[in-house]
Design a protein around this ligand. Structure first.
Ligand SMILES: Cc1cc2nc3c(=O)[nH]c(=O)nc-3n(C[C@H](O)[C@H](O)[C@H](O)COP(=O)(O)OP(=O)(O)OC[C@H]3O[C@@H](n4cnc5c(N)ncnc54)[C@H](O)[C@@H]3O)c2cc1C
Length: 266
């Protein structure tokens, strides 16, 4: 690991100011992505601005039709929150099968979506649930937030402070887990809004990162049932391909996992 300066930010404004002072600063939350990358010497930030203990940056709350998860909330706290369980139980399930206990105790929702790994689980949830990402500068709809592999709409030094989810009528997430890392080989999140709209998002599928699946959305909007997806053909064109699965395999997984998720959502 290269030498770096560590700062513990006391507020959102303090984090932004500390970030500006460093020549090549990075925010640090749970460290489950950033620290391994630094250990491998693939990143050499001059300054690490720890945002994990900023008062008000952690916690889950439900109010009216919205569930709000603060950016530095750990996966463990998300999945053990009564508000998450009541408002969007699909997020409890998603989080319970994310990584391993060490990752869930330290990893945060803010770190996950800022990193936007193409096989990460939370980006699919945000996209399917039509979530809004709030930063220290603005609000960004999930559709505009995820820009491609490891790429987001965040500007340099922009800090995610919370994510708000409209509470859906029905939602579920299913994934084929990579047996070693538990990352999604492919994962699909389906959601039906209270007004009857349907949004479906897949992770670990497209070469462009997390994506909506319009053909499945259309079929489910007409008929919310696993059988409604039977006739949908997902093209392998543009799907990821690696030693774990071909593009055709992943295309088929998108369909099969969407069917399982609709069944799970009820
Ligand atoms: C063994 C292992 C298994 C894993 N399995 C899974 C899995 O199954 N599914 C899955 O989705 N993920 C998985 N992960 C990835 C894990 O979810 C991420 O490492 C982690 O959640 C990132 O969050 P963090 O809080 O640790 O972020 P950090 O590592 O601290 O930061 C990650 C990036 O986000 C930036 N950042 C952090 N917080 C903010 C913020 N509030 N605003 C702006 N930028 C910010 C940092 O600057 C950095 O660039 C796994 C990781 C490991 C090590």
């Amino acid at each position: 690991m290269y030498e770096t300066n560590y700062h513990r930010a006391s507020s959102v404004d303090d984090a932004a100011a500390l970030f500006k002072k460093g020549s090549d600063s990075k925010f640090l939350a749970g460290g489950h992505t950033l620290l391994p990358v630094m250990k491998q010497r693939l990143a050499q930030p001059s300054d690490l601005i720890d945002v994990a203990k900023i008062p008000g940056m952690s916690g889950v709350s439900a109010s009216g039709d919205t569930l709000v998860i603060k950016a530095a909330t750990t996966y463990y706290d998300i999945m053990s929150s009564k508000d998450t369980a009541k408002a969007i139980p699909a997020l409890v399930h998603l989080t319970s099968i994310l990584g391993d206990p060490a990752v869930r105790y330290r990893g945060t929702i803010g770190g996950s979506i800022a990193n936007n790994d193409p096989a990460a689980d939370y980006p699919a949830a945000l996209l399917a649930l039509d979530a809004t990402v709030k930063t220290n500068k603005r609000s960004i709809k999930a559709d505009d937030f995820f820009k491609g592999l490891f790429s987001t709409a965040l500007a340099d030094g922009e800090l995610i402070t919370e994510v708000s989810f409209p509470i859906p009528a029905k939602a579920a997430y299913e994934k084929m887990r990579h047996p070693a890392s538990r990352f999604a080989l492919t994962g699909v999140f389906v959601a039906k809004t209270k007004s009857g709209d349907v949004r479906v998002a897949a992770t670990g599928a497209s070469q462009k990162g997390v994506m909506r699946v319009p053909d499945i959305e259309k079929a489910l909007k007409a008929n919310w049932s696993a059988g409604a997806i039977d006739g949908v053909k997902i093209s392998p064109k543009g799907m990821m391909e690696d030693i774990h699965g071909t593009s055709a395999y992943r295309a088929n997984l998108v369909k099969v996992l969407a069917q399982r998720a609709v069944t799970a959502a009820g």
